[in-house]
Write a protein of this length. Structure first.
Length: 102
């Protein structure tokens, strides 16, 4: 019985953290929405499509706001994710992009 209570509390805490501004794990969203063009590790480059590696200094020097704006509004052939992803999901993706360069 104690295990069930611990799981329920853990699930409730995780959901509360997500609603309180905590970011859910962005990895599944990155794999589903980004990896096909940017690569699973974010290092894919495609000059014809204007895709730079997400690990490059050029991308990493952008502010979080710039990366959020690009993800929200799209850029070049990259689609806009406004209305398709929540603000929390987009923030999580930006955090994930930052982690790729480490």
């Amino acid at each position: 019985m104690k295990k069930v209570i611990v799981v329920a509390v853990s699930l409730a805490f995780g959901a509360a953290a997500a609603f309180a501004g905590g970011s859910p794990d962005p990895t599944p969203t990155f794999k589903a929405k980004c990896a096909m063009c940017h690569g699973a590790d974010g290092k894919k480059e495609n000059k014809a499509m204007g895709i730079k590696p997400l690990t490059s200094p050029e991308v990493q020097k952008k502010t979080d706001k710039e990366l959020i704006d690009i993800t929200t509004g799209g850029k070049g052939k990259m689609p806009a994710y406004k209305g398709k992803l929540s603000e929390v999901e987009i923030q999580g993706l930006v955090e994930h992009i930052r982690s790729l360069a480490k």
